[in-house]
Design a protein around this ligand. Sequence first.
Ligand SMILES: NC(=O)c1ccc[n+]([C@@H]2O[C@H](COP(=O)([O-])OP(=O)(O)OC[C@H]3O[C@@H](n4cnc5c(N)ncnc54)[C@H](O)[C@@H]3O)[C@@H](O)[C@H]2O)c1
Length: 339
Amino acid sequence: MKRMGAGIIGCGSIFGVHADAVKKSGIAELTAVADIRESAAKEAAARYACDFYTDYREMLKDPRIQAVHICTPHHLHASMAIDALKAGKHVLTEKPVAISLREADEMARTARDSGKHLAVCFQNRFNPTSVKAKEVIDSGMLGKIKGIKGIVTWYRNETYYTENGWRGDRDKAGGGVLINQALHTLDLMQWFGGEVERIKGHADARCFGGMIEVEDTAEATIYFKNGARGILYATVCFTDNSPVVIEIHCEKGLLTIWEGELHITRNGERELLACDEMASGEKAYWGLSHEKLIKHFYECLLNDAADYIKVPNAAVSIEMVMGIYESSANGCEYIFRGA
Ligand SMILES: NC(=O)c1ccc[n+]([C@@H]2O[C@H](COP(=O)([O-])OP(=O)(O)OC[C@H]3O[C@@H](n4cnc5c(N)ncnc54)[C@H](O)[C@@H]3O)[C@@H](O)[C@H]2O)c1
């Protein structure tokens, strides 16, 4: 079978995870990469034996490329995805889908008009612990969800913000710990918990104040339409990258995801339900689920099936983040647009 041609825009930190996953998919091959930093594009192309471009628009003219991965700073996701869709390419964009709901809406409209597929990279939904937790919740065996807790306490230093300046810049990143580090947790909370009605929260810079324009710490209370309540705490001011904690409190038991394991607690008994496979090496904490999500994306393209994470659902976490900012600024609850 001839492999599908893939192009990746952005050859920074996450690039290799996508490039390796394309290679391992067995369905696609990396045809070209693009980066405005010529040295990064050249190096990536040499490593994966493909072509390189310094202008992604030129790469979009390459007829061998059917799908484009977007691995660039957040403010570029919307315009790059729209350009790629209009050029007749399918798109997989890294999280966040965009930095505003307006942009996300435009991306969804363009995907619909172009007839091409546009998927969002929330790979943690493919973790065995997440898949199993969702299955247990949806089965109804634990009754209704009463509460969901998400705790993200990570470490970032000044270099993290100075070496890639966009990360502390509000216009380019769209936000701080919420949109960058805690977004996967917010996404899982809404995936498990159902539709969100309103949110109240607070966000500010505790350790990096004066150095970055975005928040390094945030907390929120999330009110779901089904009556469940969510609690989020997120910071990059801790001194270590602690494992994320997600706890789902149901009428008939508790699900806990921590350290790559899902446990169920019922009637005082605790049982292991699923374990995540961990990657090895420097970026081990990113896990193996990019590989799964990317293979699944290409399987969807092969079958012309839209069974991937689509923009409207990926945009819920963006509305949660923007809702926390609005609520933090005015002290009021933010009401979701569909509520
Ligand atoms: N899913 C995950 O777990 C995960 C993990 C890490 C990063 N990410 C996401 O991946 C994206 C990239 O993050 P990163 O840490 O790799 O960033 P990075 O800064 O390391 O890399 C971004 C790259 O994009 C390039 N770039 C900037 N403007 C460009 C343009 N106009 N055209 C082409 N290339 C351009 C930069 O030169 C750089 O090489 C972000 O959206 C981030 O949130 C996701």
